[in-house]
Every structure is written in C-alpha cells, then in structure tokens.
Design a protein around this ligand. Structure first.
Ligand code: 5GP
Length: 136
C-alpha cells in the first residue's frame, strides 16, 4: 500500500481542501501555496512519475486539467497560470505520487518564479530521431 501523503489523502486518512474529484482524478489546494489558488491535481493511480502512468489515468488527467484550470482562474480572478509537473527528486519532486501544480500568476507577482537559461539546439535531427525511435 502506498504511503505517500497523497495516497493518504486519497484514502481519507489525511484531510485536504478538495476542489474536484472523478473516478480517476482528485484535485485539492496545496498546503504551502506559491500563490492564492495553487491547486494540485493527482491521479488516483499510485504512479510515482508521469512516465509510469497508464494511458487511462493520463487521459483522465488530460480531460480534468483544463476544466480545473478554468475554475482556478475564475475563482481567483487571474488570467495567467503555470502548470508544473516535477518528476524525480533531481527535478524537485518531493511527494512521490504523480501530481500537477496549477499555479495562478497574480498581479502582485505571486506565483511560480522560473529560472530559465536556454541553450542552443545541437544535433537536433539525430536527437529527435533517437527519441522517436523509443516511442512505444
Ligand atoms: P513537488 O515538489 O513534489 O512537486 O510538490 C509537492 C507539493 O505537495 C508541495 O507544493 C507541497 O506544498 C504539497 N504538499 C505536501 N504535503 C501536503 C499535504 O499534506 N497536503 C497538501 N494539500 N499539500 C501537500
């Protein structure tokens, strides 16, 4: 049985402020929000990272995310938001159960800050072909 805090929330062992639920998906407010309305969207399937998720759970998340995002924007009076999804501790994942952050960007600047240092694409044709060849 999974012992992450999100599994405990799914089982009702830890409380949350729920905003949405269907057969495959639960959404609730983040306990330490980056901005007002910061919402977490999780599959009920206990996958650790996105690449481990089943097609059915992924499809359910894909259906739910725009709907929940619209509700977060409407309720907070914001028009911009970031969708953040961390996979692996090296990529800042702390809770080892797949989750998406919906983080509204407010006029006061609160929301997700991004340190983005772009490089130059090298060997794009070979790299794209290598990735494409690994699709299953
Ligand atoms: P990660 O870094 O894994 O992508 O983010 C995990 C998120 O889960 C964090 O933003 C953190 O505030 C949130 N979180 C951790 N524990 C709890 C909890 O018990 N309840 C809620 N609602 N959020 C939590």
């Amino acid at each position: 049985m999974s012992q992450t805090v999100f599994s405990k929330i799914l089982r009702g062992e830890v409380p949350c402020h729920k905003v949405y639920e269907d057969d495959h998906v639960l959404a609730f407010l983040d306990i330490n929000p980056l901005s007002r309305g910061h919402t977490l969207v999780i599959p009920k399937e206990p996958a650790v990272t996105l690449d481990q998720l089943s097609d059915d759970a992924a499809a359910a998340l894909g259906r739910a995310l725009p709907k929940i995002s619209r509700a977060v924007l409407a309720a907070t009076g914001t028009r911009a938001f970031n969708l953040l999804q961390n996979n692996g501790s090296a990529a800042h994942q702390v809770v080892m159960h797949v989750h998406f952050h919906i983080i509204p960007k407010h006029p006061d600047g609160s929301g997700l800050g991004i340190g983005w240092e772009p490089g130059s694409l090298a060997d794009g044709a070979n790299l794209a072909a290598a990735i494409a060849s690994k699709l299953t």
